[in-house]
Design a protein around this ligand. Sequence first.
Ligand code: PEP
Ligand code: MN
Length: 337
Amino acid sequence: MIIVMQKGAGDQEVTSVVDLIKKAGLDVHLSRGQELTIIGVIGDKTKLDPEELQTLAGVEKIMHVTAAWKRASRDFHPDNTKVELGPLSFGGEKISVIAGPCAVENWDQILEAARGVKAAGASALRGGAFKPRSNPYSFQGLAKQGLELLAEARAETGLPVVTELLSERDLDLVAEYADVIQIGARNMQNFILLKEAGKTGKPILLKRGMAATLEEFLLAAEYILAQGNPHVILCERGIRTFEDYTRNTLALNIIPMIKKVSHLPIIADPSHGTGRSDLVIPMSRAAIAAGADGLIIEVHPHPEKAMVDGPQSLNFAQFGELMKECRPIARTLGRNM
Ligand code: PEP
Ligand code: MN
């Protein structure tokens, strides 16, 4: 249920509506936009009498929301949510790009990567210290040492760091070093992890599960939002289809659909979405054209030597070209990159 307040309704009127809802033992999501104030009701709404609410001063109308992902829904929160951190900004006019290697390998690699992507216009550095590998014998990441190297690269370049949290076991450690905590596709429905990550209050980059529907994706975001953490960035990273000439199928339809039904920013990951470096630039252009709020791109100083995801990693020249080709598309849409 959402209660739309009349234009010009004052604090006191809003407070009396909120008090009535809370007295019934329900929770409230308050959205004060430029035009409208909307009060979202969370919980068992049969405990409320809509007629009593309707008679309160300042109430314009009462609407019923059927979506289960209430906090993520645009009905609850009509204005775009902006997630901002230093040079990073998602959900506003600016389109930010996160770039860097799949995994942190050593100091020279991560420093070179950080400098290279910064020079081309990236706003944040990515790099996994804990890697979710299909094969248990593959390189699993440098763990704490990888986080320390990321922190040093941040100190050298000023770029905020985006890195994956694989397990609750590493929560404190990852939260200590990460500016943005990434929850990977394989963990999108690890609900305990979502709750714990949400509680840190840090921005969370939530990647779509490889077989997750839009509803499941937004319900996963809802777990984080329900912890009182509004800083959620969604990421389309490709889904599993019957098609196998690419690693995944980058499902760009979801970008305009999410923008329609949710206020959360959504970015695209054409690196994992295609698995092929030769498709990353065209699919980045397409993602920006579809309305993505940002990109996350795998860039390695020497892709042919990368320990993880080399075939989908760009070198610096290719990443520079990507930025050059995407900027005019962003401008056409009234955005900057
Ligand atoms: C990654 O970003 O390197 C990664 C493992 O992504 P995903 O969870 O989308 O597979
Ligand atoms: Mn990767």
